[in-house]
Design a protein around this ligand. Structure first.
Ligand SMILES: Cc1ncc(COP(=O)(O)O)c(C=O)c1O
Length: 381
């Protein structure tokens, strides 16, 4: 009944976009060297800074989130450097791949999918590799629904004198990320997740220390994502033609975040995460991520017994809600739901009640309505 073009996006990005963002993007494209555009760009800079509590200048690159991961490695490192990759999912593996292409063999901390990386693991590895110059981490591992303890890990990394690159692609804008207080040296995020835009922008911010390392990095091999070149131009004058209409959309999206209030937005995401997790467990399902490290923006759940995940997903789609499966060896074993950006009580009730029906039709042994009731109970007071 619902085509994939009409289904509600409950995948972990891209997400549902607010009509005001589309409206803003649908405006006339101004030249990017005009004062009109520069004012919009400067407004985005100032508002974006508030979302991650930084005084550093954010950069809005045309590209997807992965461009930022690539840029962090190619700007901050040179072949032969020791880069420690913290890996507990497919996105951590992506950074590990980029690292091996540009830097060569590097150490890593690896734990099974669904588990979190702890500060102790990082400390032990850094003791073994004291010359590590950069540590990379995926804050919110979207492939498993694990939220790694970024702030605590950052303390360990800086005690060892290394820099920290954090992939905050599915945390920033929805959950707490404090760039300056947490000492993140290279922050990366993207437009199509908690910030609530269509795909197309890669957000990057770096610290003073990271800037110094990049300036002294004689073998920095970047051109398009040369973040220093980007910074050295006057504010709002990007080195290449920016995605002008995406920046219009960014301004509208940031206005929506400011209007809601960052703290309230984060509380809403945290509440929605909890409601969704409680709904799944009240249906008798098991959550994939380790307790205490569960993401507030995306949840991975073990597929109920005797259910084919592809049938579950297509049942859900037919009822108007698009969900995601697992990647790599997790394929067939988990299903993932994103609860980012616009997901509030109404959307949560819809997602869970559709999922219950989709599971039942796929042969799951669940009590219809139990998950929905759990959400209602969670919101009753
Ligand atoms: C944690 C994380 N890192 C990296 C990426 C890759 O981002 P993109 O697809 O925008 O390049 C994603 C996308 O889902 C992600 O969730």
């Amino acid at each position: 009944m619902y085509s994939s073009g009409r289904a509600f996006l409950a995948i972990p990005g891209p997400v549902e976009v607010h009509p005001l963002v589309y409206e803003a993007m649908n405006r006339r494209t101004y030249g990017h060297r005009t004062s009109h555009f520069r004012e919009i760009y400067a407004d985005c800079v100032e508002k974006f800074q508030q979302t991650i509590k930084t005084t550093r200048i954010p950069q809005f690159h045309s590209g997807s989130g992965s461009l930022g991961l690539h840029a962090a490695i190619t700007n901050l490192t040179k072949p032969g450097d020791i880069v420690l990759n913290l890996v507990n999912g497919k996105f951590g593996e992506r950074v590990e791949n980029i690292t091996s292409k540009f830097v060569g063999d590097s150490p890593s901390v690896k734990v099974p999918y669904g588990q979190a990386i702890t500060p102790e693991m990082v400390r032990a590895k850094l003791d073994t590799f004291p010359d590590t110059s950069l540590v990379t981490i995926t804050h919110n591992e979207t492939s498993t629904g694990v939220l790694n303890p970024l702030h605590e890990i950052s303390k360990v990394v800086h005690n060892h004198g290394a820099l920290l690159m954090a992939d905050c692609i599915t945390s920033a804008g929805g959950d707490i990320v404090e760039m300056d207080k947490w000492n993140i040296d290279f922050f990366v995020s993207g437009s199509q997740k908690c910030y609530g835009l269509p795909p197309g922008l890669s957000f990057m911010v770096f610290s003073d220390q990271a800037e110094e390392v990049m300036r002294n990095n004689g073998s920095r091999s970047e051109f398009y994502a040369d973040v220093l070149q980007f910074n050295d131009t006057k504010l709002g004058v990007t080195p290449f033609t920016p995605a002008v209409n995406m920046i219009y959309g960014l301004q509208a999206a940031l206005n929506l975040i400011m209007e809601e209030g960052l703290d309230k937005r984060i509380s809403r995401h945290r509440l929605m995460g909890k409601l969704y997790r409680d709904a799944m467990t009240s249906l008798g399902l098991e959550l994939f991520a380790q307790e205490q490290y569960r993401s507030n923006t995306v949840t991975a759940t073990n597929v109920p017994k005797n259910v084919d995940v592809d049938v579950l997903r297509s049942n859900s789609l037919a009822l108007g809600v698009m969900i995601a499966g697992g990647e790599g060896t997790m394929k067939g074993n988990i299903f993932r739901v994103g609860h980012m950006n616009l997901v509030g009580p109404r959307e949560m009730l819809m997602i869970v009640s559709v999922l219950e029906l989709a599971m039942k039709r796929a042969g799951a042994d669940i009590e219809l309505g139990r998950g929905t009731r759990s959400i209602q109970e969670g919101l009753a007071h």
